[in-house]
Design a protein around this ligand. Structure first.
Ligand SMILES: CNc1ncnc2c1ncn2[C@@H]1O[C@H](COP(=O)(O)O)[C@@H](O)[C@H]1O
Ligand SMILES: [Zn+2]
Length: 346
């Protein structure tokens, strides 16, 4: 793992672990337990050295996409997809997450007998397996369009999201290598998704592509992810948009999209009152947890306990959960927060 200074102290980490939290930007295959990856790789006789590459840690954004190709060589069976989904959710629950909105790219992999549809059904089966054993955490699912996909493939993913909306698919994500593809390819599918009531989050501004980032801002998705590489004009357009922003501190710093934690654009956006939510992006690839991301923010931006509580509470409203679920989450949050404040007062 990149020897990044853990800026926070154990007391801050313990406080952030005790906070009820909401995860809104977690890619399924980027969050697979390292032990499970090693086990699945061994079953497929994939060189254990490759697993070390996955666990290495510091890597550029471009190298990340090589890692995902490796991970995708391992998570190819229905049972593996069900297992990693259940395990990622178990790890979220263990990190005191009360709502996990996972995202994943439905994959057609005929060599493994997988279609996009059977992939989605395997993920939903993994969510069901988790929910049968755990009642304390709500789960949402976004289907991702990968930037390598065509307009037709994107439309197929939207059709699946519409078909499985009643099973918990609340929206779409656009992700993948930000140097590839063009916004105009996927926009028609995303227009159709929005017209059918699905929510949309876009990875944007991961690399400096001002024209595309500006078009995405004008399109007004429900949420944005990253927005690291902006010029002054784009930054003021983002602030004026008031579109909630998913911020993944470790992901941005490790991939060197941002120079260091204190320089992260979280600081400016948070103090400008822009809606922001801390997320992990890929907890396995970046060896982090949501509690750790909160602790990093608490330390790097000198936030106190009350500010951290508010940050966590507001993220409930940026989720794509139905309003009755949001209400349930607020009630659970307030109850837990009261306990935290009571215990720290005593
Ligand atoms: C680090 N920053 C990032 N930027 C853009 N896309 C990313 C990403 N991290 C992950 N993904 C997207 O998530 C996929 C893996 O999970 P799923 O196979 O969908 O479950 C990657 O293939 C990539 O498309
Ligand atoms: Zn992401």
């Amino acid at each position: 793992m990149k020897t990044l200074p853990d800026l926070y102290n154990q007391e801050q980490l313990a406080f952030c672990q005790s906070l009820p939290k909401v995860e809104l930007h977690a890619h399924l295959n980027g969050s697979v337990r390292a032990s499970t990856l090693r086990e699945l790789a061994a079953e497929k006789q994939i060189d254990p050295e490759l697993c070390k590459l996955i666990e290495k840690g510091d890597r550029t954004l471009a190298e990340c996409f090589g890692i995902f190709t490796l991970i995708h060589q391992v998570t190819t069976s229905i049972s593996a997809i069900q297992r990693i989904t259940r395990e990622v959710l178990e790890d979220c629950a263990a990190d005191n997450i009360i709502f996990a909105e996972l995202r994943t790219t439905p994959k057609s992999r005929p060599e493994h007998g997988l279609t996009k549809q059977t992939y989605v059904e395997a993920v939903l089966a993994g969510i069901d397996a988790f929910s049968e054993q755990n009642s304390g955490m709500e789960v949402g699912l976004l289907l991702s369009i990968d930037r390598r996909e065509s307009a037709e493939e994107a439309m197929h993913t939207v059709t699946l999201a519409q078909q499985y909306h009643s099973r918990g698919v609340s929206g779409l994500d656009l992700s993948g290598n930000p140097t590839l593809g063009s916004w105009t390819t996927w926009r028609p599918a995303l227009d159709a998704a929005r017209a059918s009531g699905l929510h949309i989050s876009l990875h944007a501004g991961e690399v400096y592509r001002p024209a595309e980032t500006s078009q995405m801002l004008e399109w007004r998705p429900d949420r944005l992810g990253h927005m690291c590489c902006l010029d002054e004009q784009l930054r003021s357009s983002l602030l004026a948009s008031h579109i909630p922003l998913e911020l993944c501190l470790s992901s941005n710093v490790i991939t060197e999209s941002v120079a260091g934690y204190p320089d992260h654009h979280f600081r400016q956006l948070y103090h400008a009152g822009h809606p922001v939510v801390l997320c992990t992006d890929d907890s396995s690839v970046f060896s982090t947890t949501l509690s750790r991301e909160y602790a990093l923010a608490m330390a790097a931006f000198l936030l106190d306990r009350r500010e951290m509580l508010m940050l966590a509470k507001k993220s409930i409203d940026y989720s794509f959960a139905e309003s009755h679920i949001k209400q349930r989450l607020h009630t659970a949050f307030d109850r837990a927060a009261a306990k935290i404040q009571h215990s720290s007062a005593s």
